[in-house]
Design a binder for this molecule. Structure first.
Ligand SMILES: [Zn+2]
Length: 451
């Protein structure tokens, strides 16, 4: 049976918080919860719930330990996470008063490459028995949701669902978090600690008790020192995220959209590390600075303006120019205003305007349009007119639509066009691509296509 385990991975104790505040000295937290009755074993692939107390379950509690972190399970060995999670608040007493701290936790985890968490702005009423992949549900509960622990002895607890990938390695799929009602009265910093700790569990981290780099980690079972992720917590989360379904799918989708091919192993390693460390937008910009991408752009521009691929001299000249800041749009301007394009138009201004329209806008200009542009070519030159057409609303909308088709497989809606038109009209069309790649829609589509 291809089994996936869900386990209660422990709690933070309210008693420990009191200790931190200094009012009770020496109080001992009840931290790890009893195993039997708390562990639900589910088969993620078939949806079968096979019950608790399965032989070998204890092995799950012997975590894989790394530099300042430990993973929740050894069987299956966790190798990556889903990566992209929606954190969904479920209707419960005062749950909305956790929102500020929850958003701070999500921002911290997102900024440090631990996952891509998006906190839903709505609150739902249903607490799913089994959350869908890519979701983490959270609610406030005063009862013993985490198992047998008595109210007042815990601040939060979490479960994680671990699926298997094709090679049998564990993939963190989804999670549930219970926050004790007592924790809602904590300061926002303390709430953030509890939430980051529990999110850490749902993302695959177990407790880590020793100090690392001279400090206790968020994943310490009872010390509230860390409000934000510490270096060991990040050491644990980042590799899971770097190898996540989301990040690997994004790299494949970037290769497909920008380079027109699949990612090789070395490229996958390089670019997934970049996304985990620097985010999708910076990574997209970086890939768009590659020689491979720019070569495609240059050849495409040559085809449109001159009906041929770039010769080696032209290619190296334009690669140099792009490395020095020449934009894609100005590359097109350069080629359309070249002597070669002029000769192809028979050195005739009307013909040149007609060819420019056909190449840039995909249609033949009206007589009025030709009559409008011919004197402008004579007064301002071919480059100025080519730039005008490339920056027209008509071309901007076509360009945006083509990017939507390439990256989202749909037409741009009116609001999308309105949002991005200004960038094309000011020569920053590459930023349209970057922004579209840095969207939830791109990530979700990437997972659908390549996950
Ligand atoms: Zn814990």
């Amino acid at each position: 049976m291809n089994r996936t385990r869900r386990r209660v991975v422990g709690s933070l104790a309210a008693a420990t918080l009191i200790l931190t505040l200094g009012s009770i000295s020496g109080a001992q937290a009840t931290d790890e919860l009893p195993i039997d009755g708390d562990v639900i074993v589910g088969d993620f692939d078939s949806g079968e719930i096979v019950g608790s107390g399965e032989p070998g379950l204890q092995a799950l509690l012997a975590p894989t330990t790394g530099a300042g972190y430990a993973y929740t399970a050894t069987s299956p060995t966790i190798s990556r996470s889903y990566g992209d999670f929606t954190v969904q608040l479920v209707s419960s007493s005062r749950v909305d008063s956790l929102r500020a701290a929850l958003q701070a936790s999500a921002n911290d985890i997102n900024a440090n490459g631990g996952a891509s968490l998006s906190v839903s702005t709505t609150t739902v009423s249903t607490w799913p028995a089994r959350p869908a992949a890519g979701t983490i549900y959270l609610r406030v509960d005063g009862r013993d949701s985490c198992g047998a622990a008595a109210p007042g002895t815990w601040a939060g607890c979490a479960t994680t669902w671990i699926g298997r990938d094709d090679s049998g390695l564990g993939v963190v799929q989804a999670g549930q978090i219970w926050i004790a009602s007592v924790a809602v009265d904590y300061t926002q910093a303390q709430q953030q600690h509890v939430l980051t700790h529990e999110l850490g569990h749902t993302l695959g981290l177990a407790h880590y008790e020793p100090a690392f780099n001279g400090e206790y980690q968020v994943m310490h079972p009872s010390k509230y020192d860390a409000t934000t992720l510490r270096s060991g917590d990040i050491n644990g989360l980042r590799p899971l995220y770097q190898n996540s379904v989301s990040v690997r799918s994004q790299v494949q989708a970037m290769y497909s959209g920008l380079l027109g091919r699949s990612a090789d192993d070395s490229g996958m390693g390089t670019w997934s590390a970049q996304i985990a460390q620097h985010g999708t937008a910076a990574t997209a910009r970086s890939m768009m600075s590659s020689t491979e991408y720019r070569t495609r752009v240059i050849n495409n521009a040559y085809q449109k303006a001159l009906g041929r691929s770039a010769d080696s001299g032209g290619l190296s000249t334009h690669l140099r120019s792009m490395a020095n800041g020449l934009t894609e749009q100005e590359l097109h301007v350069t080629l359309w205003s070249s002597d070669e394009a002029w000769q192809q138009a028979g050195k005739n201004t009307s013909t040149w305007v007609t060819r420019l329209y056909q190449g840039v806008l995909g249609r033949t200009p009206s007589a009025a349009e030709v009559n409008n542009w011919v004197p402008q070519v004579n007064q301002q030159g071919r480059a100025a007119v080519a730039r005008n057409v490339l920056r027209s609303v008509e071309h901007a909308d076509q360009y945006i639509n083509a990017q939507y088709q390439l990256l989202f497989a749909r037409n741009a809606d009116a609001s999308g066009k309105a949002t991005w038109r200004g960038l094309v009209q000011t020569g920053q069309q590459a930023e349209v691509t970057v922004s579209l790649m840095n969207s939830a829609e791109f990530r979700q589509r990437a997972i659908t296509q390549f996950g």
